[in-house]
Design a protein around this ligand. Structure first.
Ligand code: ZN
Length: 317
């Protein structure tokens, strides 16, 4: 059976201080805090989700703030950059906004024909804004400090480093449904589900590079969209058949997840589109209170006391 993912579902990264992370992604990038939860494997750490107004799959950038983790080392087997889509014609506005907020950005580039502005978040994470006209599922957030016509549309692509191309390319094209779109500046671009913004990955081969190491300011994993649990399990079988080691399916409540390392070592996840981030909260009130998985509810008081307080930056009223 032909199996395929349908694009990027979310990207999860490691941040430093939680409040600084919140101020940057809500206050500067204008994304909505759509879920305030804890790392289900380490509940003394927040898990913060930033997305469009509705938490649409493909718009979601999430963080574990681990301020004491030590710096990351970029290298083989890591996602080294997260690209975010913005509407065509809005880069001028964003450059000015970055200047006003002292965001470190580099010079404007054109990548695969798309105007791209690389920048770095306060904890060292490498990102880029990419102008695109492509139609995306997106719900504007009325209270964002950024006006709806300039808001971040969602995840555009991710870039990973590998020490060899063939095994990763084989996984992407033979088992995950990607096709090759060609190469530019050493970056091999692949697209899935017809391609376009949010359905891309780019791979660079750097055989001399050392292996990467997780730490503050780096991507933890990239999750790929699956329609439902059955499709996810079919993909899981396929990945296991390819000689990789997917985890059992894990219920994350807002979606179901399977994790595996691609042949170069980068951590991937399969995640179902449903039930969605409004499964346990009203859409209106997303992100306002701490959401705990049921097995941690009994420890809510203790968990809340151990987490630093968070103040959400005020957007437009
Ligand atoms: Zn994830």
């Amino acid at each position: 059976m032909k199996t395929s993912v349908h694009g990027i579902h979310h990207v999860t990264c490691i941040a430093g201080d939680a409040q600084e992370n919140l101020e940057f992604y809500v206050g500067v990038l204008g994304m909505r805090l759509v879920k305030r939860s804890v790392n289900q494997d380490a509940p003394d750490t927040y898990h913060l989700f930033y997305a469009d107004a509705a938490g649409t799959p493909g718009t979601d950038l999430t963080f574990f703030p681990w301020p004491n983790m030590g710096p990351a080392r970029l290298g083989i087997g890591l996602t080294v950059e997260v690209l975010l889509a913005i509407p065509s014609g809005s880069l001028k506005y964003w450059r000015e906004r970055f200047k006003q907020n002292s965001v470190v950005s580099s010079t404007l580039e054109t990548r695969f024909g798309e105007p791209t502005l690389p920048f770095i978040d306060p904890h060292g994470l490498r990102l880029a804004l990419v102008e695109t006209d492509e139609n995306r599922q997106f719900v504007p957030w009325e209270k964002s400090p950024v006006s709806p016509e300039r808001q971040v549309r969602g995840l555009h692509s991710v870039r990973i480093w590998e020490d060899q191309l063939a095994p990763t390319e084989m996984l992407l094209t033979e088992h995950m449904g990607f096709t090759s779109l060609g190469t530019e500046d050493g970056w091999h671009r692949y697209a899935v589900a017809g391609g376009g913004s949010g359905k891309l990955i780019e791979v660079k081969v750097l055989p001399e590079e050392h292996r990467g190491r997780w730490g503050t300011g780096v991507v933890h994993h990239v999750a790929w969209r699956t329609n439902d649990s059955d499709e996810e399990m079919a993909l899981r079988d396929r990945i296991e058949g390819a000689g990789l080691y997917p985890t059992p399916q894990i219920n994350r409540f807002w979606f179901k997840s399977v994790y595996f390392r691609e042949p170069g070592g980068t951590l991937f996840e399969l995640a179902t589109d449903g039930p969605g981030l409004d499964y346990d909260e009203d859409l209106e009130r997303l992100g306002e209170r701490l959401i705990l998985p049921p097995w941690l509810e009994a420890r809510r008081k203790e968990i809340e006391a151990a987490l630093p307080p968070l103040e959400v930056p005020r957007g437009r009223v």
